[in-house]
Design a protein around this ligand. Structure first.
Ligand code: SF4
Length: 90
C-alpha cells in the first residue's frame, strides 16, 4: 500500500492457467506454458494492475486474484530490497 516497487521491477510470470482468474487485458502470453502480468515483460516493467505512485500510495487492482508470484513475495527479502533500490527507496 505504500511501496509497489516489486510490481514495477520484475517480469511477473506464472503458469498460464492462473490467468483464467484475471481480466484478459491484464495478462500476456509469453510462451506455450507461461503468461505474465501485462506491462511486466519489459525493460521498464510496471504491472498494468498497479495503481498509484511507486513509493507513495499504491494498490493492486486485482489483489484477490493476484497470481502466485505476487503471493510469494516476502517483504524485506533480497528481491524486495533490489526492487526498492531500483526505485531509489530506502
Ligand atoms: S498483480 Fe498486483 S501484486 Fe501482482 S505485480 Fe501486479 S499490481 Fe503487483
Amino acid at each position: 500500500m505504500s511501496c509497489g516497487a516489486c510490481c514495477a521491477s520484475f517480469r511477473v510470470s506464472f503458469y498460464w492457467a492462473e490467468a483464467s482468474d484475471l481480466p484478459d487485458a491484464l495478462t500476456e502470453r509469453v510462451s506455450p506454458l507461461y503468461s505474465c502480468m501485462a506491462g511486466t515483460h519489459s525493460k521498464a516493467p510496471r504491472c498494468a494492475a498497479l495503481q498509484g505512485e511507486i513509493g507513495g500510495a499504491v494498490a493492486c487492482s486485482v489483489y484477490a486474484q493476484r497470481p502466485s508470484p505476487c503471493r510469494e513475495v516476502v517483504a524485506g527479502d533480497a528481491k524486495c530490497l533490489a526492487a526498492r533500490q531500483r526505485h531509489g527507496l530506502p
